[in-house]
Every structure is written in structure tokens, then in C-alpha cells.
Design a binder for this molecule. Structure first.
Ligand code: 9MJ
Length: 692
């Protein structure tokens, strides 16, 4: 069936726009259009292609989303074999390499292309008259697996070459890899969903490319860098490797931005050290650098030994994974109460850093890895992430080991450890009572929008907790000037610092007097400030305000059960559970009683349950992403102004706040002719109606 000319033109335009967007994003690192716009263009093209079968084309961006699964991969013979690289681990080996080249070429100071050595999967991409037709893994170098359908899903790989004069035949070699951030994100998600995380980015790349179902590959965040050539027909090669890389970039391939040129063994070693120093900061894993003689005529003069070129060398970094043994498994309590199991290890040097601890993340991960004390494990460190245990070496497990179980009580304060439904993190429920959470809780308590204790900064709070002067927020109100002066002296002793004033024989206490006065002033507060200051999870300023109004006084709130809390505007089941759980905890009740006993007070009044405020009687629906506030906070603030925040749009809706990428609710609001606010208008309204 013929395709109308206008449709064909639109489809071609969409393809060009989408491929341009890919190129800007993956090759030039200069994104041109927002993700939402990209998705909209892609959906439009998909719709056109579905309607007009004749538009189908293997190099359409729609084909990147993944074709049907294969039974098995076909075999591809590489027209030119894919090379392997000789390895060097020492400076001397690099000097010997340069000496061989000087001798072999007669050039006393040959120039090298220097490149990071990506730790991914080597592949070959075949283009015929500019179209991507086949891609294969390296395999044994002579033939590999046909992974064309999977490679099509990688947006960094052009489906069609850019430019006017395209070669009849072009084979490009390079590395498929998984960027580190994408790897971390992928694993965090996998752990959250109780799925198996990837061992490392390299396995992530290799495993993803070996999927028989390209739809799975399409969901993996893979990228590509080009670094070499195979068979070429109809392209006049420039005389140097570095120029060839520039040419590949013009055809639309990403080339590692760290690639450069250097000469002499000292130049190569300088590059090695420079890249090594930046290794942890690079967005991808590398396992070394590669040196390649830049002039092709000199490469030819050097030739090969077996399948490795004598004109190139991989200079490897120390491994990022090492094996060691687990001496103990402890749990750490973070400042927010999160409980993290940690493996204590026999010290092992991993890529230049001695590692003695590695995170086991959470209970699910421990379960999956089944790490036990006495096990030999593989630990990995990469970038600035905390070293982690990747897996257990099963056949090295000693006899009579026991499975690790997460403790039921907090190792620091003895409070119950709880894991909320649908959450992977276990938390200490001790809150203010738990020393691990104390400093954090006190800093929040004293902050400007909470109790507003001027001058009580992080350092002072940490010292107070450290020196055992303060255990709960109520203890703050028992401190006097002498306590602060003593604290300063003990902190100075501990840190080995001697303040001028002490040396001069006098004690400066003005600051302590000011602090005590600020603490005293904060005794006179409001219920909403107090509720916010207590640091109940998910109770921000707006929720605290709503609760204070709704209950009017503290005691009825402390006594409220979940069902009573659910009646409060904008309190859902999760928040209701958190509030009730907080006040059920005896420690928290004790702290509140102690605060009252030390003279902290606030006005109380009758409950105000009928909504009032500028939005009283209005029903508001929030949809799409709100970048400034987030939907929950926006909802709480609207509720504080008297609005009822609803989940779906109906004729009763007063107005809809539509954020980024709003969907069906916005459509419905438009259909019903309901007033629509954007985020800017909402912010303006909140700013002018909420007290600062
Ligand atoms: C990697 N893995 O980054 C080569 N490689 O050249 C670079 N690998 C290579 N070059 C010839 N940058 C064979 C392999």
C-alpha cells in the first residue's frame, strides 16, 4: 500500500529529529530536547509506522525498543579478525614496548594515541552504505555472536551514519559498557524490588548484550565508545589513528573524551598516572589505558604477533575486585535510624586502597548473597561508592557456618528494629532516644524553622552528644553557662586545641550566656513548631501545622489512633501509622513529658476541624511532577490553606495543578473546562498566602 507523501515526509522528519536528539545526547553530551518531548516524538513515529506498514525500516529509531526474542544467536565471521591486546602491568614493560617501537620503526620519538581502556564488552558494528546491518561480539576474535537486535536498542550506536559521503562498507569496533551511575541506579532499583543486582558494570554490559530477548536489553542502560576499525570499503582513511577516531566521531560515533596523544615512555606513563588519578571520578569503569602507535604506516611496519598487534599495548590498573575473608558481620545505625549490615573484612588492598569494611546494603541483599562469618568473599570498590561485597566464593566456605540474621533490636539503644511493608531498609524505632540518631535529631530540633535556638550549631550539638552532656532534646533545657564552658574545655582537650582565652587564664563565657538565653527563649513556642521539631518521619512544617490546628492541643494528638489520624486533611495511612507509632513509643512520651517539666510551653486551644483559609471549600487535584515542592509537600500546603486535596478530577474539582509531564488528569480537566494552574502560579499563590 502506498504511503501518502505527507505521512512519509513526517516520518522521515521524526526519524531525523530523534536520531539528532540521540546524537546530541550520547555523542556530543549536549542534550537538545527534554525526555518528555523525545518520548512524544517517538510515540508519534510508532503510531505512523503502525498505521502504514510500508514505512517500516530497520534503521528507524522505533526499532531500538526491542524486537522479538531469539532462539539462539547466529554466528558471525568477522571480515577482519578482532584483535586482542598485549598487557603490561609495570612501568618497565611500557618502556620495553616503546623501545621495541623505536627499534621497529626507526622513529626516535613516535607519537601514540592514548585511550582509556573501557571495561565492557568488545563488539564490531557493520554498516553498508551508511546503514547499520549487523553487530557481533568479539567471540574468539575470528567469529562472534550476532547480537544485532540487542545493539539496535543502544541509543549511543547510530543506526545510520551521519554525513554526505558514506562508505560502501564500514566496520567499527568499540566497547559496549554500562555507565557507573546507571549501574548504581539499576542495582538500587533491583534491590528495592528484591531482584538480583548486577555484580559489576562489566557483567551488566555483557549480560545485557547476551539476552536473547532484546526487550530486556532495551531496558538496560548501555552505552558505547568506538576505538577502532575492521573492514572498510569506500572511505579514504586518514594517515593517523587519532584522525580516524575524529572521522568516526563525524560519522556519529561516540569516542571517549579522554582519548589523546602522547609520546615517549614518560609521556605514556604520565597519561597512565593522570587517568589513574581520575579513575574514580570517571563516569565509567576502566581497567587501564591503551597505547596505540598513531601513524598507520608505522602500525603496518610493526605488524602482529599471533592476533595481538605489536603496535598497541594495554597498560592495566590494579584490579577493583579482590577476595578476602569475613571476620564479622555488624550492623550500623545511621543518623536517620537506618540499619545497615556491614562485613568486617581481613584487610585487603583493592585498587590502591586498604578495605576493611564492606556494605551488605540490607536484609534482602544478605539473604541473596548468604554471606556468613568465615566466608571468602569478593569485594569491589569503584568510584566514590562504599566498597561492597559482590559474592561469596562458595567452595571456600568453612564447615559449620551460620546464616546471618538481622537483629530484632537496635545494637545502640535496644529499641525495636522495624521494617515497613514495601521497604527494604530496616530502621531503629528509638528516634530521639537512640544515641546514633541523637545528634541528628537535636540539630533538627534546634533549627530555625523548628525550635529556633540561635547559635546551637552542628558542631556544638555533636560535642554535647559526644561528651555525654545531652541525651534527649529535653536535656538541652537543663544546661547552664558552666556546662557549655566545661564542654568547650573538654572538647578542646579531646581535640588537642588550646583556646587563647584559656592560655590567658580567663574563660570566655559570653557565647555560652548567649546560647543559654537562646535556649531559654525557645521554651516559649507553638504546638506546630514543637510537632515539627520532634522529627517524626514525614511530618514537615505543613503537616505539623495541619495537625496542630486539627487537634488544638498535644494530648489528644498523642492519644489519637490511626483511624482518628486518617480523618485529618491530607494524612494518609502511611503518615497516620508514623504519627501513631511515634507517640506509642514510650521513650518519645518520656521526652515530651520531660520537655514540659523543663518549662517548654505552647498555647493550646480548641480543635479547628472545619476547614478555613483562602481555599476553604475548594477541592484541588495535583498531577504531574512539581519540581520545586514535590506533590506531597504541595498538597500539605494547600491543605493548610483549607483546600481538600483529591486524587481524581471530577466536576467538583475547583482547580488542577499540573506539573511537568502531566497526563490523563490534565486531559480530563481540560475536557471538563476546569481551571488549570501551573507550578509557577501555585508557588506564587502559596508564597502570598502562607505565613513565612
Ligand atoms: C578499550 N577496551 O577501551 C582497544 N579498548 O584496540 C581501546 N580496546 C583495542 N582500544 C585494539 N580503547 C583492540 C582492542
Amino acid at each position: 500500500m502506498a504511503v501518502p507523501a505527507a505521512v512519509a515526509k513526517r516520518a522521515a522528519g521524526l526519524r531525523r529529529k530523534l536520531e539528532d536528539a540521540n546524537h546530541r545526547y550520547y555523542v556530543l553530551d549536549d542534550p537538545a530536547i527534554p525526555d518528555a518531548e523525545y518520548d512524544a516524538l517517538l510515540r508519534e513515529l510508532e503510531a505512523l509506522e503502525a498505521e502504514h506498514q510500508a514505512l517500516a525500516s530497520a534503521d528507524s529509531p522505533t526499532q531500538r525498543v526491542g524486537a522479538r526474542p531469539l532462539q539462539e544467536f547466529g554466528e558471525v565471521r568477522h571480515a577482519l579478525p578482532m584483535l586482542s591486546l598485549g598487557n603490561a602491568f609495570s612501568e618497565q614493560e611500557v618502556r620495553d614496548f616503546v623501545a621495541r617501537i623505536v627499534a621497529g620503526t626507526g622513529d626516535g620519538d613516535p607519537v601514540f594515541s592514548v585511550e582509556p581502556k573501557l571495561d565492557g564488552l568488545a563488539i564490531s558494528l557493520r554498516y553498508e552504505r551508511g546503514q547499520f546491518v549487523r553487530g557481533a561480539t568479539r567471540g574468539d576474535g575470528a567469529s562472534g555472536e550476532d547480537v544485532t537486535a540487542n545493539l539496535r536498542t543502544i541509543k549511543a550506536i547510530p543506526l545510520r551514519l551521519r554525513g554526505e559521503q558514506l562508505p560502501a562498507e564500514l566496520e567499527v569496533r568499540g566497547e559496549v559498557y554500562m555507565p557507573r551511575a546507571a549501574f548504581e541506579k539499576f542495582n538500587a532499583r533491583a534491590r528495592e524490588h528484591g531482584e538480583k543486582p548486577l555484580a559489576n558494570p562489566r557483567n551488566g554490559a555483557a549480560g545485557s548484550l547476551r539476552q536473547l530477548d532484546p526487550r530486556i536489553t532495551a531496558k538496560r542502560p548501555l552505552a558505547f565508545f568506538a576505538y577502532g576499525l575492521g573492514a572498510v570499503e569506500g572511505w579514504k582513511l586518514p594517515p593517523r589513528h587519532s584522525q580516524m577516531l575524529a572521522g568516526l566521531r563525524e560519522f556519529g560515533f561516540p569516542v571517549a573524551p579522554e582519548a589523546g596523544a602522547a609520546n615517549g615512555a614518560d609521556g605514556l606513563l604520565e597519561y597512565y598516572r593522570a587517568i589513574g588519578g581520575r579513575r574514580d571520578a570517571l563516569p565509567y569503569d576502566i581497567d587501564g589505558v591503551v597505547y596505540k602507535l598513531d601513524r598507520f604506516d608505522q602500525q603496518n611496519a610493526m605488524g602482529f604477533v599471533s592476533r595481538a598487534p605489536r603496535w598497541a599495548l594495554a597498560h592495566k590498573f590494579p584490579a577493583q575486585e579482590q577476595s578476602t575473608t569475613v571476620e564479622a558481620i555488624d550492623v550500623q545505625v545511621g543518623r536517620t535510624g537506618a540499619i545497615t549490615p556491614v562485613a568486617r573484612l581481613a584487610p585487603v588492598n583493592v585498587a590502591g586502597v586498604v578495605v576493611t569494611n564492606a556494605t551488605l546494603h540490607n536484609a534482602d541483599q544478605i539473604e541473596r548473597l548468604d554471606v556468613r562469618v568465615g566466608d571468602t568473599v569478593i569485594v569491589r570498590r569503584a568510584g566514590d561508592v562504599i566498597p561492597e561485597v559482590v559474592r561469596v566464593v562458595d567452595d571456600k566456605r568453612p564447615a559449620r557456618t551460620v546464616r546471618f540474621a538481622m537483629p530484632a533490636t537496635c545494637p545502640i539503644c535496644g529499641s525495636r528494629v522495624a521494617r515497613e511493608e514495601g521497604e527494604v531498609v530496616s530502621r531503629c524505632t528509638g528516634g530521639l532516644f537512640c544515641p546514633a540518631q541523637r545528634a541528628q535529631a537535636l540539630i533538627h530540633f534546634a533549627s530555625r524553622r523548628a525550635m529556633d535556638i540561635e547559635g546551637l550549631g552542628d558542631r556544638i550539638v555533636e560535642d554535647l552528644v559526644d561528651l555525654g552532656l545531652v541525651r534527649t532534646v529535653a536535656d538541652l533545657y537543663r544546661l547552664d553557662v558552666a556546662d557549655f564552658v566545661a564542654m568547650r574545655r573538654r572538647a578542646d582537650e579531646r581535640d588537642g586545641t588550646v583556646p587563647e582565652t584559656v592560655k590567658a587564664g580567663k574563660v570566655a563565657s559570653k557565647w555560652a550566656e548567649n546560647l543559654v538565653a537562646a535556649i531559654d527563649r525557645s521554651r516559649n513556642t507553638t504546638l506546630e513548631r514543637l510537632l515539627f521539631a520532634l522529627g517524626i518521619r514525614d511530618i514537615g512544617e505543613s503537616s505539623a501545622k495541619t495537625l496542630a490546628k486539627y487537634f488544638g492541643a498535644l494530648d489528644p494528638l498523642v492519644a489519637a489512633d490511626e483511624s482518628a489520624l486518617l480523618e485529618v486533611p491530607d494524612v494518609g495511612p502511611i503518615v497516620a501509622g508514623r504519627i501513631a507509632g511515634f507517640f506509642r513509643e514510650p521513650h518519645n512520651r518520656e521526652v515530651i513529658a520531660a520537655l514540659r517539666a523543663t518549662g517548654v510551653h505552647w498555647p493550646e486551644g480548641p480543635p479547628q476541624r472545619s476547614a478555613e483559609g483562602p481555599l476553604a471549600g475548594k477541592t484541588v487535584v495535583l498531577t504531574g511532577a512539581l519540581s520545586e515542592l514535590g506533590r506531597d509537600e504541595a498538597g500539605a500546603q494547600l491543605a493548610a490553606l483549607g483546600a481538600k486535596v483529591a486524587g481524581s478530577v471530577s466536576k467538583k474539582t475547583s482547580f488542577v495543578v499540573a506539573g511537568e509531564a502531566a497526563g490523563s488528569k490534565l486531559d480530563k480537566a481540560r475536557q471538563l473546562g476546569i481551571e488549570i494552574w501551573d507550578e509557577a502560579r501555585l508557588l506564587e499563590f502559596l508564597r502570598s498566602n502562607l505565613a513565612p
